[in-house]
Design a protein around this ligand. Structure first.
Ligand code: ZN
Length: 426
């Protein structure tokens, strides 16, 4: 009896200790985020081929996950890059790229020493500014102004950007710290340099020296990485998307690791591919790592214009962008076509206690769900905003130190539970 009871206890213990069916994979998720945000991929930008190397790594990780097929969808883009010299001095004081200053994405390079003309924003008068700028002491100067002020006087300031319209050499736009290198897209280069600079770094400064190289890449080839897991049925599919490109370099020393934006979403869809490869799904599943997102949604726009699966076959699309944070309230956007089933997300979230709440915002062209949403695809965009990692996105400090891993598991559970229940609703 004793032996049998021990055997029973041993069996029970084995059962309790046995790993649950592998679903989310936090260690693998973290490992891939670390890899993608590392120096090897240089911020997954274009100038140093970081994005191409990252695409190859992602294709390998999809293969390792046991998916049925991995394909690369190539397209080209024109892109302005900064991966050479990136030096700035304000009255002889050296400034830090990415911290004290940054370049507007479509700025040309700039080399030389320039007087600074500070715009009088309290008593602004455009005619007086242009009269001042015609004076010899301001010949070839940089016009410095708080960015939002210029935004409200667009006509005057766009004149300052055009060659021949005014004798200034360029513009300094003040932006509060941390300076965000907002977009990688510069599908053009404007006539005059535009530098973002913090108010603290430029206050009262009389002379600026700049040594900044740019390189405009024309027809740069890049790839969307598409993995597929075959379902039992082929008359519909679910799609998981995440962009893997990021902002690349700001000079030869600084790169934007983009751990949260969006190594996090990329790593998450690879673990989702692994999950569905191990648990044969009802419908076909696609996992798309997009390039060109921070270059104006170029990868997802190319995809919807050249879809590998008819868009009307997509039962639901989940776009994960920045899920490496710790806000207990999860932000989302839902397309019009996706609203009919939005209640299912809320129901699952409440039943499983995943997030305190879902906070649904207005649909916007802020990530790769948008080109699908405007074409009538049911989709949801999940981004964990306003947590501890959020202030660092689009800065050189979006890295493994500032990322938070909290939102990965609840997001994983939310989307997999949705697919499971949605399949039953037929
Ligand atoms: Zn992003």
């Amino acid at each position: 009896m004793k032996t049998i009871r021990n055997l029973c206890l041993a069996a029970l213990a084995a059962l309790l200790l046995a790993p649950a069916v592998q679903a989310q994979d936090l260690p693998r998720f973290e490992k891939m985020v670390r890899q993608l945000s590392g120096a090897k991929y240089q911020g997954r930008g274009y100038a140093r081929d970081g994005v191409r190397k990252a695409g190859k790594y992602i294709a390998r990780e999809f293969q390792k996950s046991g998916v049925d097929a991995v394909t690369l969808q190539s397209f080209t883009l024109d892109i302005n890059t900064f991966s050479g010299k990136m030096d700035m001095w304000a009255d002889g004081r050296k400034l830090a790229p990415g911290i004290d200053f940054s370049m507007r994405e479509y700025s040309p390079g700039v080399h030389g020493e320039f007087p600074v003309y500070h715009v009088d924003t309290l008593n602004f008068d455009a005619d007086r500014m242009f009269a001042d700028l015609a004076r010899p002491e301001y010949a070839n100067c940089l016009v410095c102004c708080e960015f939002w002020f210029t935004y409200n006087h667009r006509e005057a300031f766009s004149k300052l950007q055009k060659a021949g319209a005014c004798p200034n050499a360029g513009l300094l736009y003040e932006w509060t710290s941390p300076i965000k290198f907002y977009k990688a897209y510069g599908e053009k280069v404007v006539d005059k340099p535009i530098v973002w600079v913090t108010p603290e770094a430029i206050a009262g400064v009389k002379t600026v020296r700049l040594n900044v190289d740019n390189e405009f890449l024309k027809g740069y080839p890049t790839e969307n990485v598409i993995a597929k897991v075959e379902g039992r049925r082929h008359d519909g599919c679910y799609v998981f998307t995440a962009h893997y490109d990021h902002l690349g370099n700001l000079g030869w020393k600084v790169y934007y690791p983009g751990a949260n934006d969006n190594a996090s979403g990329t790593a998450a869809i690879i673990t989702l591919a692994q999950y569905y490869a191990e648990h044969r799904p009802e419908y076909d599943m696609y996992f798309i790592a997009f390039s060109g997102e921070d270059a104006n949604l170029r990868g997802s726009t190319w995809f919807v214009e050249h879809p590998v699966v008819p868009l009307d076959q997509i039962r639901y699309l989940f776009n994960l962008d920045m899920i490496g944070d710790n806000n207990p309230v999860q932000y989302c956007e839902v397309s019009d076509a996706g609203m009919a089933r939005y209640g299912l997300f809320e129901q699952i979230n409440a039943e499983q206690g995943l997030f305190q709440a879902l906070n649904r915002g207005e649909l916007a062209a802020n990530s790769d769900h948008y080109p699908f949403a405007v074409r009538g695809v049911p989709c949801i965009f999940l981004e964990n905003q306003e947590g501890d990692a959020f202030p660092y996105y689009h800065t050189p400090n979006d890295n493994m130190k500032t990322i938070r891993l909290d939102s990965y598991i609840p997001v994983f559970k939310l989307v997999t539970s949705f697919v499971e229940k949605d399949c039953l609703s037929d």
